[in-house]
Design a protein around this ligand. Structure first.
Ligand SMILES: Cc1ncc(COP(=O)(O)O)c(C/N=C2\CONC2=O)c1O
Length: 411
């Protein structure tokens, strides 16, 4: 049994979660003041977890430390590949060739590089919205135009608007789809039928696909992830991105798996990318895939319970909020449009009025007005306090609005 209720102090560890929120959420510097001390905030924003990384990862890093030399390192032996491909076979019945695997110190930097290598300057990048903003940033940074295909929100359950996507994909200048599966922020896990339909449209239009599957291990119990490449094994204009970082809370170890079957693109990557890795990250990540499964299964149960608690708490205390437990991720995507209008700055409201740090819909490109995204990967007592503060702040706001309306009517 692992103790996910353990409260771990992240102070003075250069954590974005505790020390980077002013810049990332508010574009402000450290002079930005709040009616809460930094350590009083309930942090539900950046997507890393407040749970200790599995001991098997820590032990592997300690073991590598004892070798005492940390010179230039690259994944040269097959042991990391064997650990990761065995993981994919066990969990997704999918495998790939050793030579197709290249490493990146993050999926974000991989996206920035791959957009440049794949898309010509006048070409466009399409993705489904709302979207993780770095899909847009990867296109913007490379001066490639973004094309957004809004998902259809059917009272909290999201679907792909295939007519819209097909129409936009038919533009010959739209040459790359960045797919997010499971989808951040909605938490959808695309079905085989949806994936085949999306992939067929891309194949028909001779498009490249980057399938960002970083959240694929963090499924609700009973849900199944299908790697897109498993459905299109012969289509080599398809790059798959996975990583241990979301699954095992090792984003700071900066090691991601990029699977590039297309030989020409892989050669460009290997000639342009800085192909060295941190030896501690390699040791820890290999141990994650070799020995981390039991921890992951217990984490999934804990997260499922956090989601059930959140659903029930909101139903009782914020009945007009619309929230569906997502099929994957540890992120709760909540429609609070009954309580806010779309020009209100939600991260600011909750930071000042509730002492909660969260991400607002406006941080997810478009098709996201009046949403908040909560990171539920925290000890349940912290989650309970965060939800209480959020609901109290909104209900206080409602009461004040009702009072001022009554006052206006009386005069
Ligand atoms: C879909 C997706 N791709 C890539 C990344 C980052 O990959 P990395 O560069 O760390 O390997 C994230 C992290 N998502 C975050 C991180 O903080 N808030 C989020 O929504 C993500 O959600």
């Amino acid at each position: 049994m692992y103790n996910f209720d353990e409260m771990i102090d992240r102070g003075n560890t250069n954590a974005m979660s505790t020390d980077g929120f002013r810049g990332y959420i508010f574009g402000a510097d450290d002079s930005m003041k709040f009616p809460y001390k930094d350590e009083e905030f309930i942090r539900m924003w950046v997507a890393d977890m407040d749970f200790a990384t599995p001991q098997v990862i820590i032990d592997a890093i300690k073991e590598r430390l004892d070798r005492r030399i940390f010179g230039y390192t690259r994944i040269l032996s097959d042991s990391y590949y064997n650990a990761f491909v065995d993981w994919c076979i066990r969990r997704y019945e999918w495998s790939f060739e050793r030579k197709h695997l290249v490493m990146s110190n993050g999926i974000i930097p991989a996206l920035f590089e791959l957009v440049e290598y794949i898309c010509k300057p006048e070409e466009k990048v399409i993705f489904l919205t709302p979207s993780y903003a770095y899909f847009k940033y990867a296109a913007d940074y490379n001066h490639r135009e973004c094309v957004c295909s809004d998902l259809i929100n059917d009272n909290g359950r999201y679907h792909i608007d295939f007519d819209d996507f097909e129409r936009k994909a038919a533009n010959e200048k739209t040459t790359l789809l960045i797919l997010c599966n499971p989808h951040n922020p909605t938490g959808r896990v695309w079905t085989e039928e949806e994936l085949r339909r999306l992939g067929d449209i891309c194949v028909k239009n001779d498009m490249w696909i980057i399938s960002d599957e970083i959240h694929c291990d963090l499924l609700r119990m009973g849900k199944k992830h299908i790697p897109l490449a498993k459905l299109f094994p012969e289509y080599d204009k398809l790059v798959t991105c996975m990583a241990p970082s979301k699954t095992f809370n090792t984003a700071g170890l900066m090691l991601s798996n990029i699977i590039i079957p297309n030989e020409k693109l892989r050669e460009i990557w290997l000639s342009r990318h800085y192909n060295f890795d941190n030896p501690l990250s390699v040791a820890g990540s290999q141990a994650a895939y070799e020995k981390g499964e039991h921890w992951l299964e217990e984490l999934r149960v804990y997260l499922d319970n956090n989601f059930i608690f959140t659903r029930d708490y909101l139903a009782e205390n914020l009945p007009k909020a619309i929230f569906e437990i997502p099929e994957a991720t540890y992120l709760a995507w909540i429609n609070v449009s009954a309580y806010f209008n779309k020009n209100e700055n939600l991260p600011k409201f909750f930071a000042y009025k509730a002492g909660v740090l969260l991400e607002g819909g406006d941080m997810f490109v478009q098709n996201s007005d009046c949403f908040i995204r909560l990171n539920l990967a925290c000890p349940k007592p912290v989650l309970a306090e965060g939800l209480k503060r959020i609901c109290d702040a909104i209900n206080t706001k409602q009461e004040k609005t009702a009072e001022s309306d009554t006052h206006q009517l009386a005069n």
